[in-house]
Design a binder for this molecule. Sequence first.
Ligand code: ING
Length: 328
Amino acid sequence: MTDRRLTVACAQLGPIQRAEPRGVAVQRMVRLLERAHRRGVEFVVFPELALTTFFPRHYLERIEDADPWFEPAMPSNETAPLFEAARRYGIGFHLGYAELAEEADDIGVVRRRHFNTSILVSPAGEILLKYRKVHLPGHAEFDPRRKVQHLEKRYFEVGNLGFPVIRAPMGEVSGLNMGMMICNDRRWPEAWRVLGLQSVELVALGYNTPSINQEAGGFEAHHLRVFHSHLSIQAGCYQNACFAAATAKAGTEDGCELFGHSIIVNPQGEIIAQAGTWDDELITADCDFGMCALGRRTIFAFDKHRRPEAYRRITDQVGAIDPPVWGE
Ligand code: ING
């Protein structure tokens, strides 16, 4: 069996304040790439919306006033130093950012469109794959009950690229099957399975997750916030026989706390690296993609065991329906 091993890192970011210019965040990320280079890292995963504060917590009456938080081009003058550093060190990377795209919508109207986006970039600086966040949590209008708003449905459209996987060279691995998801996506098993059905081997995942539940929907003990995040990622990896590198933006941004606990998980669902701070921190792991074979050939040999005819509800229904009542 040829050696298909890659040294992967999560480059966790501490807080980015609302007033902090992009250049500062880019320089922090370049520092993390330098540290990654010193450790022989070949692929780095940066967080969701890694260039700015998590701006969906702020309500803006005029949606276009949020445009300064979006990237009309990638790379741009402000993000070029990141691409240059990655090329200099021969490191591939994942980057999450707010994307402003001038493109036709599904009725053919070309307009300015806003997505919560992530890309995979080759060691030579080419964009290998783009993904746009499908599961947008929160709400679209100001919610007076909330202490902190979560307005992703206000500022972003639902992603229109599906959950793609690409096979491309990375480090010494001549062909690696890579895919992405963003933050809330990790809580939906459908997202993992769509990637698993394309033989994904490494899922790059960035997140910005509040450390306390702002939904006025009921009590959730604090320690469960991290547990649910890890549970979702570990289950996703185990049930699809893949690795994941999940990277937080963490710390207190404008008074709002985001948790860290970035992790790298193997196809057995084990956490093989975890961040210990809520600041800029690099965690690394050697990932041997030969490990995907066990699950894929036995318990999760999809072609041998899956029964799509029994799963119709998953794509036919959006919400849950009431079941029939016994005895009626
Ligand atoms: N953040 C959170 C996430 O899914 C959230 C929102 C937290 C939803 C906890 C439900 C429970 O991690 C983003 N940005 O999706």
